[in-house]
Design a protein around this ligand. Structure first.
Ligand SMILES: CC(C)(COP(=O)(O)OP(=O)(O)OC[C@H]1O[C@@H](n2cnc3c(N)ncnc32)[C@H](O)[C@@H]1OP(=O)(O)O)[C@@H](O)C(=O)NCCC(=O)NCCS
Length: 329
């Protein structure tokens, strides 16, 4: 049996998607040959229940009570997975949304009242976010020295304030003092510093996506994502991201990336793109953008230009990625 069984992974990556149309449960008239698009069927002693598009039922004059929206959890769940249905059902119950569950070989499907469909998707996205969001971060958990006392300061992730900017520019200068491309010391001010300065002042600046990591009152990391586009589709362009050199490789970059993804999902963003090492960013789910139909702004960037499709990634995207204006040139 294939498919994901780990409940935490299933919930974090369940990717709920609503199918077009409305669906109804019909008690099939005894003796009548099956017709229309049968989406699911259950045979009971009392008769045959079928789930079908409402339009088909109307066209055939079949009666029904429940009119549902069909939500598929696109994660490939194993039929042996334990707890997914219960967790999803509990979250929807708490939101006072009724739900009928159908398990296919590959996916679980939820039928919720049409009027509750949007709210149900919100509840499911919130549930996925709760599972994928970084939990309380203790840098000593990741530090080499595991003998330290647990009273260590926790990493705080928050939105940038205007008064942080000098510290953020200084942090970026320190983080990029050695070029991540060449591995050599950079002469003068790294170009990422002026890029960040211009991003702060550009039309594509999004305050909620300039995220600061603070440890015991000291700014130790920063990531910024700004408005970018493929055709008319709004996306996020991530970068620069930097962590103070003495605290690199202690999980702060990971925390900033996960916070960005959680905020972007919560804000209904479609996807995040960046230029960087696939060795690092693939762990967050980034894939070469071209595999999703998005050409890098500079063709030579190839597979280093990566895209993370978020919960609301629309699919069928085709075009070239355009960063915020300060990235030009
Ligand atoms: C890149 C950066 C933001 C990552 O933050 P961080 O806090 O150091 O990273 P984390 O501790 O969360 O993750 C560490 C892991 O990422 C890996 N990693 C870090 N940078 C990497 C890179 N450029 N390529 C491949 N892997 C990388 C480490 O090897 C480590 O892997 P491991 O967990 O398997 O040992 C930070 O190292 C930094 O500021 N670097 C200098 C500036 C820079 O390069 N920015 C990104 C440009 S795309």
């Amino acid at each position: 049996m294939t498919g994901e069984k780990d409940l935490h992974t299933l919930l974090a990556t369940m990717h709920p998607v609503r199918r077009d149309g409305e669906y109804v449960y019909v008690l099939w008239p005894h003796g009548r040959p099956l017709a229309g698009e049968i989406m699911a069927a259950v045979r009971e002693a009392e008769g045959l229940t079928v789930v079908m598009p409402r339009d088909d039922a109307d066209a055939m004059g079949l009666s029904y009570d429940f009119v549902g929206a069909w939500i598929t959890l696109e994660v490939h769940s194993s039929l042996e997975a334990v707890g997914l249905t219960a967790a999803v059902g509990a979250a929807l119950t708490e939101a006072k949304i009724s739900c009928n569950v159908l398990a296919g070989f590959h996916h679980d499907h939820l039928l919720v009242p049409v009027a509750d469909a949007d709210r149900a998707l919100e509840v499911l996205h919130e549930l996925a976010l709760r599972e994928s969001a970084p939990h309380e971060f203790d840098p000593h958990e990741l530090a080499q020295d595991s003998s330290r006392e647990p009273a260590a300061p926790a990493l705080r992730l928050r939105v940038e304030q205007p008064e942080d900017r000098p510290a953020l520019l200084a942090l970026t200068a320190a983080a990029f003092a050695v070029s991540p491309v060449t591995g050599l010391p950079v002469e003068g001010e790294p170009e990422e510093v002026d890029l960040l300065r211009r991003l702060f002042g550009c039309a594509e600046y999004l305050p909620e996506f300039s995220i600061v990591a603070e440890l015991d009152g000291e700014i130790v990391g920063h990531v910024i994502s700004t408005r970018a586009r493929v055709g008319d589709l709004d996306l996020l362009g991530l970068g620069p991201i930097g962590v103070v050199p003495r605290l690199q490789r202690h999980g702060i970059g990971t925390a900033l990336m996960k916070e960005t993804v959680a905020r972007a999902n919560a804000a209904g963003e479609r996807g995040i793109a960046l230029l960087g090492s696939p060795g690092y960013y693939s762990r967050f789910g980034f894939v070469p953008s071209s595999s999703l139909g998005v050409a890098p702004p500079v063709p030579a960037w190839g597979a280093n230009f990566q895209l993370l499709p978020l919960a609301l990634w629309p699919g069928g995207v085709s075009g070239t990625f355009r960063y915020a204006a300060p990235f030009e040139g």
